[in-house]
Design a protein around this ligand. Structure first.
Ligand code: BGC
Length: 346
């Protein structure tokens, strides 16, 4: 008792008591009120872009498969990175058992996902890796290296480049610079095609061969239109364009449209995603091939991954070395894409 009369002891007690209160308060306000494991509901939040038709297909397929497994699904689509950041932040507030993100900008989510980590919400990067954070638990995608390489190999074989054929005029398009996949696809294709530029078998009349000159901002196909118009007008008034590298089907549609409007014959042109519109163009002889990223193949794998993280078991992964995001190497399951051309289109 005597000790409590001592003013110094009293003030120490007050200090410790106040510090404890601050700690409890800040963990409630700044941190996480009840982590995801606390709620009984099997809830999954999904945040996807709405920029190309393939994202809607992926979203529909993922939602259906998860609902079949009795998950409650909150799926949101965003048109730009700021909208997606708010959607991801809101989704984290609902404390889902798992958060699945198809990032509009691969490098923009490190800060937003800190809160998911604090709340022990496992995050799965879908189709596109998320850079610069250890808050990502797993990555479910297609083999992006194989996609880029596959486009190059198809063009090499179709033009008989290995046997010395050429010269062929080619123009190049790439995806959106803020998406890591776009860089992988382009660099892998160019690894295959570069020797043929050096040998003169491939000629790029516009001279635009580096990623930045070829990139289509945000993968928005409308952004490809003025560039192909200009390329055709400036370089192909009296020359034949033989080949176009298109990074996906949506962009291929716009390029093909402009080639037709310019009264030019069809060219050898690539695509990606397996859009139904691309299959129609392949049948009509307007698009040469697409690389099908069957949504059902990827979403089945992703649902297994979600179930494993929710149940606390080890998900099926087949790659532990490719996807270093600058902070960690994200364990991944990479599905195999499939080339579709006139020989196997249904
Ligand atoms: C995906 C492509 C898709 C593109 C545009 C890329 O990250 O890998 O399949 O066409 O984004 O949405």
């Amino acid at each position: 008792m005597e000790r409590w009369k001592d003013g110094k002891m009293k003030s120490n007690f007050v200090k410790i008591f106040t510090a404890a209160l601050i700690l409890i308060f800040s963990s409630i306000v700044g941190g996480c009120i009840g982590d995801s494991a606390d709620s009984g509901e099997k809830s999954v939040a999904v945040c996807f872009p709405n920029t190309t038709p393939s994202w809607q297909r992926n979203g529909d397929s993922l939602k259906k498969l998860l609902e079949d497994e009795n998950f409650t699904v909150n799926i949101q689509f965003a048109g730009d990175v700021n909208q997606q950041k708010s959607q991801v932040a809101e989704a984290i507030e609902t404390k889902p058992k798992c958060l699945v993100v198809g990032a509009i900008d691969s490098a923009a989510f490190a800060e937003t996902l800190e809160k998911a980590k604090e709340c022990n919400i496992p995050v799965i990067a879908f189709d596109r890796i998320i850079m610069g954070t250890d808050a990502v638990s797993y990555y479910a995608s297609f083999d992006n290296d194989a996609i880029g390489e596959g486009m190059g190999l198809y063009i090499e074989a179709a033009l008989n480049l290995k046997s010395g054929a050429g010269p062929f005029n080619i123009e190049l398009f790439a995806g959106g610079p803020s998406d890591n996949n776009a860089h992988i696809f382009f660099s892998q294709t160019m690894k295959i095609l570069e020797p043929y530029f050096r040998s003169g078998q491939l000629v790029c009349q516009s001279g635009q061969k580096d990623f930045n000159s070829c990139a289509v901002a945000d993968w928005n196909s409308a952004n490809a239109r003025p560039r192909i118009q200009k390329i055709l007008a400036q370089n192909y008034a009296d020359k034949t364009l033989n080949v176009v590298l298109s990074p996906n089907d949506d962009i291929a549609g716009v390029i093909i449209d402009e080639i037709q409007k310019a009264g030019k014959p069809p060219v050898l042109i690539s695509g990606l995603d397996g859009d139904p519109a691309a299959y129609e163009r392949i049948k009509a002889g307007l698009q040469t091939f697409t690389i099908n990223k069957d949504p059902d193949v990827l979403t089945v794998k992703c649902v297994r991954m979600i179930k494993a993280v929710v149940e606390g078991t080890q998900p099926d992964i087949n790659d532990v070395s490719t996807y270093n995001n600058g902070v960690i190497t994200v364990p991944a399951y990479l599905c195999t894409p499939q080339i579709i051309d006139k020989t196997n289109v249904k």
